[in-house]
Design a protein around this ligand. Sequence first.
Ligand SMILES: *Cc1c(COP(=O)(O)O)cnc(C)c1O
Ligand SMILES: [Zn+2]
Length: 407
Amino acid sequence: MSRVKSLKCRECGEEYPIEPINVCEFCFGPLEVDYDYDLIRKNISKDKIKSGPLTIWRYKDLLPIENQNIIDIGTGFTPLTKATNLGNHLGLNNLYIKNDSVNPTYSFKDRVVSVATTKAVEFEFKTLACVSTGNLMGAVAAHGAKAGMETVVLFPSNLEQAKIVNSSIYGPTLVAIHGTYDEVNRLGSEIADNNPWAFVNINMRPFYAEGSKTLGYEVAEQLDWSVPDHCIVPAASGELHTKIWKGFQEMEEVGLLEKVNSKMHLAQALGCSPIVKAYNNNESQVTPVKPDTIVKSLAIGNPAAGSYALETLKETSGAAVAISDPKVIEGIQLLAETEGIFTETAGGVVISAVKELAENGIIKPDELAVAYITGNGLKTFEVVESTVESIYSKPDYGDLKKTLNLK
Ligand SMILES: *Cc1c(COP(=O)(O)O)cnc(C)c1O
Ligand SMILES: [Zn+2]
């Protein structure tokens, strides 16, 4: 008997065997992993999880993997830090930062890729590939290297240099496309249709997406097996937002949590906010946009899981917030200056969203809120480079004293 039953169409419910496929043949809906929760409930426990590895693999019972050959470079179990200073500043007494910027390749994408790569090895693929908005390409190149696979990454050519270098160093074939992410994605789908490659976010997407659930499991475990009143989650495809919620619900389903009732808030950059727009206009489908923002990691104009993010927002009474580029930079600076955490642009979106939700009274002063910080500031340092102000001195104590006004 297996914990993993099938792949199931999120639209029509049609079931498929566990294979590297992601689209329903009947209705073109996306496929999702379906589990036998009765079986999982019998085998899982808080003690078993606690005695597991200090990585996402402590939750293996809830991940779609059969093999023992896990491709793990140390992803997950990142800090959940009480943000006392930032909380004081925003009038919030129970604000926490889930700091996923300290994963092996410095973003939450290591979670999804560790699961997708492990599954790709199980399927005996030799080539690991992705289409990337920047963080994914680093995670794929690193995990592919660890798995001994060939790796190919496709990305829009205007990405931040640090993201390209942070992928290149692991030895992939780098393919820069002169186009938007959505155009790169279309090319990736054509390759995936015609070549035996494991594209982590195309044909491997059902398995990849499951890795995001661990950002729900971990926060619940770190809060001593309870869920926050509020989660503030950045959205590109919208998958992470829906999967954190799925993670909480699964933990309730298998008996690890009492009734879960978090409000799942969603944050995007104003220059690429198709999910926010659809939600606030009360639409059930997302209308694609052409991204125009410094927040490149979230710049997906046609979000694959957009309609499911809308469902999660509705189901949990979440709010959807769009943040302008200047406010993104303010958010990055505020988190750094109050909590000592340097995040990338997506984190700037999240912090400014928390500020807005606190100011609007959506997050009340004593409620427990978790801000998901999903990427590292060193990868997008260009956006704050112009704020650097050094004081210059000669290598001479007299001059230094004068410069610093010392006695
Ligand atoms: C990819 C990414 C996200 C969002 O992921 P989706 O699941 O596509 O919504 C959030 N933050 C960062 C830093 C990312 O790289
Ligand atoms: Zn279907």
